[in-house]
Design a protein around this ligand. Structure first.
Ligand SMILES: Cc1cc2nc3c(=O)[nH]c(=O)nc-3n(C[C@H](O)[C@H](O)[C@H](O)COP(=O)(O)OP(=O)(O)OC[C@H]3O[C@@H](n4cnc5c(N)ncnc54)[C@H](O)[C@@H]3O)c2cc1C
Length: 481
């Protein structure tokens, strides 16, 4: 046990909560400061007229007992309290009168792709071969030298594929494809490193990427409850304005309301850009951190159209992508060619009986446009949201006739909403994109000019995701003196 040293944590997203749990377990006195009124950050959902619109979790890596990461989740909460849903299908894409199903099982996926897109046989077989190979790969988990040495030896057979796939983007792979549906599926993730897609599909194949019933709110609540049970404190509606640095070490926080908080250690689990440039102030940044924000590419932000429909969609795919006949204009960066719908018929907690929550997610890089529009022209902002919702609902109505008249509520979130509620730079959905430039390694979590200061969360783990919060928090807190 460490004597009651005080750790001040900024942000109650998954990373901040996990840091809090690990720090309490090590005997630190902890307080989390969160600007929003609820925990979760990006891992959230909102309730409208009896429907809950899920913002985040499609799948959780570590859902399977004894699967990669499952034991680590157990360190921060009782994951057995979650019920995981997992169907055999990852998604379906439709268009030009055709349909391709992306099965989670690799053999079924191979059969489906070869039969529906025989013109792309060579490219499909290459992709499936890589997927099959990676499905046996175990994530390195150990912290000590022996564990690291063992995992290095285990990794040797995978090094060629890891190296090749992390140097290629999904877009580069997609250039080999001719089939319009297959091409559209892969092009949705064009900037992403191919390794990220291969890993996601291989975790799905192994049954270790289920969806927790109740979604983000349920999972986050369980972690926050455990943190409080361990004696941790959270202060909501408490925006941090500055990290106080004295004699080269982080000595506490200054809150927006003027309050001063003393601490022995400060951990920022908040947005990476504002931590570096606002909370700390420019003068403490080293060149490598500054360069990161100039050269690396963040994940896009998104417009999210959610609607509640007073009917069931039994047997319909949980994630349906529809190739559009005409592009739908979203903003200067985004002409939507594929509309996707999460049909939450698999989570009864998200809608009253007999009704269904539907969420359509539209990635976009045009954060400035949405932020400016909301700030300068609220009426046009509202009009643009209505226009996009109407386009998305038109496509849904064409696919499921009669749905429109059963829609009871529509909600639209934009990149400006994402920033307002989570403070993420440019409204990014997952921090840094995993690209050939970033590689898969975690970024440094300290600054040489400020002792007793650490960063955790998606902005130091390219690729982001809920596991980035867990893994970075664990590594940082277990290394604290
Ligand atoms: C649409 C979408 C789908 C996703 N799907 C999945 C998925 O299926 N599986 C998966 O694993 N991941 C998914 N993710 C990614 C995952 O949600 C994020 O990577 C993860 O939640 C990030 O956690 P974090 O704690 O690092 O950051 P955040 O969630 O951004 O948390 C940061 C917290 O800090 C607070 N904060 C910021 N500034 C301050 C300040 N100055 N003072 C006080 N508090 C502050 C914020 O309010 C926020 O609560 C998805 C994300 C999105 C948007």
């Amino acid at each position: 046990m460490v004597a009651e040293r005080r750790v001040a944590i900024i942000g109650a997203g998954i990373a901040g909560l996990c840091a809090g749990v690990y720090a309490r377990k090590r005997g630190f006195k902890t307080e989390i400061f969160e600007t929003h009124s609820i925990p979760g950050g990006l891992a959230t959902a909102w309730k409208r007229q009896g429907y809950t619109f899920e913002n985040c979790i499609h799948w959780l890596l570590g859902s399977k007992k004894n699967g990669d990461l499952n034991d680590m989740w157990r360190e921060v909460f009782d994951i057995d309290q979650l019920e995981f849903y997992e169907s055999g299908i990852q998604s379906v894409i439709e268009g030009c009168g055709k349909r391709i199903t992306f099965y989670r099982d690799i053999d079924a996926l191979e059969r489906e792709l070869l039969s529906k897109a025989p013109e792309d046989r060579e490219a499909i077989l290459d992709f499936i071969r890589d997927l099959r190979k990676l499905s046996h790969f175990r994530l390195p988990m150990g912290d000590n030298l022996i564990d690291k040495a063992i995992s290095y030896v285990n990794d040797i057979p995978y090094l060629p594929i890891l190296s090749r796939a992390s140097k290629t983007t999904v877009g580069e792979y997609a250039r080999r494809l001719k089939n319009p549906l297959l091409l559209a599926f892969f092009q949705q993730m064009a900037d992403l490193s191919q390794i990220a897609l291969l890993f996601s599909l291989s975790w799905m194949n192994s049954g270790n990427a289920g969806y927790p019933v109740g979604g983000s709110l349920r999972m986050i609540q369980l972690i926050a409850d455990n943190y409080r049970k361990l004696g941790g404190e959270i202060r909501f509606d408490s925006r941090v304005e500055r990290i106080v640095v004295k004699n080269g070490r982080a000595a506490g926080l200054k809150l927006q309301n003027g309050e001063a908080i003393d601490a022995d250690i400060v951990i920022s689990a908040a947005d990476g850009h504002s931590t570096a440039f606002e909370l700390l102030g420019d003068q403490y940044l080293d060149d490598r951190t500054r360069k990161r924000f100039k050269t690396l590419k963040p994940f896009p932000s998104y417009v999210m159209v959610s609607f509640g429909v007073a009917r069931e969609f039994a047997g319909e795919p949980e994630l349906l992508a529809i190739l559009l006949d005409r592009l739908l204009h979203i903003d200067s960066e985004t002409e939507l060619g594929v509309a996707s719908y999460r049909i939450f018929n698999y989570d009864p907690t998200l809608a009253p009986q007999g009704k269904t929550a539907i969420v359509s997610f539209i990635p976009t890089y045009d954060y400035d446009y949405w932020a400016r529009l909301r700030a300068t022209s609220p009426e046009r902002y509202a009009e643009e949201k209505r226009r996009i919702a109407s386009g998305i609902i038109d496509v849904f109505e064409a696919r499921y006739p009669g749905s429109r008249e059963k829609i009871e509520v529509v909600d639209v979130a934009t990149p400006a909403t994402v920033h307002r509620y989570t403070n993420n730079w440019k409204g990014s959905m997952e921090g840094w994109l995993l690209t050939p430039e970033t590689g898969a390694r975690e970024l440094p979590c300290t600054l040489s000019a400020v002792r007793d200061f650490y960063m955790v969360g998606q902005w130091i783990a390219p690729g982001g995701g809920l596991p980035s919060g867990l893994m970075t928090a664990r590594r940082v807190v277990n290394g604290l003196k």
